[in-house]
Design a protein around this ligand. Structure first.
Ligand code: SF4
Length: 200
């Protein structure tokens, strides 16, 4: 597997754990506020392969407490559950960041114990999903299925929204609130602009 980035240590990305963050290229959304736009088409040069990652994790055993898998959209990686199985076997809990478009694969990873924490983006209220994801017809059926799956509580999870003034208003959050009512955690993060963000 091609790995497109590795942050060797983070105190922010895995709640309560000292972790590293592994980035995979490729995404099935085109959010105009994306911070990782250079990863979206999967053509960026990889920084390492899975064996090099596992070697790094072996060296950090006892120092790191978890591994964050992010992207892009990591569930586009066909071999992901094989990799997370090896990471889990080394004793690391895995946190997965996802946009929610692959509920079947997410369910399998939860069922097989391949992931211990899931952070899923709620991009906006359903009616504004298209403009917020840069897609003409986002797959809301799959996204709703992922929300329902996580709210079953079989794995620890959070929902989160990056709030962007041009894309969200009060009604966005009122509708999101209705949608994910009784969710375990919901975080808002403030959009910060960067040179690499495609949205002008
Ligand atoms: S889902 Fe995430 S990685 Fe994909 S375009 Fe949106 S912000 Fe970027």
């Amino acid at each position: 597997m091609k790995i497109h980035g590795l942050q060797k240590m983070t105190l922010l990305d895995y709640p309560g754990k000292i972790a590293c963050t592994v980035f995979f290229g490729g995404c099935d959304m085109r959010c105009p506020f994306c911070h990782n736009a250079e990863l979206l088409d999967g053509s960026a040069p990889p920084v390492m392969d899975e064996n090099e990652l596992l070697q790094f994790l072996r060296k950090r055993q006892g120092l790191l407490e978890g591994v964050v898998i992010t992207g892009g959209e990591p569930l586009l990686q066909k071999e992901l559950s094989k990799l997370t199985a090896r990471i889990r076997d080394m004793g690391y809990p895995v946190k997965l960041d996802t946009n929610g478009t692959h509920p079947d694969l997410l369910e399998r990873m939860i069922r097989e114990g391949m992931v211990q924490y899931v952070a899923m983006d709620i991009k906006n209220s359903p009616e504004r999903y298209a403009e917020t994801t840069g897609l003409e017809k986002p797959d809301l059926t799959s996204i709703r299925s992922s929300v329902e799956l996580l709210m079953e509580g079989r794995v620890d999870y959070e929902f989160r929204t990056t709030a962007v003034a041009e894309l969200h208003d009060d009604n966005s959050f009122l509708q999101i609130g209705e949608w994910i009512r009784n969710a375990k955690r919901y975080y808002l993060q403030k959009f910060t602009d960067r040179e690499t963000v495609p949205f002008d």
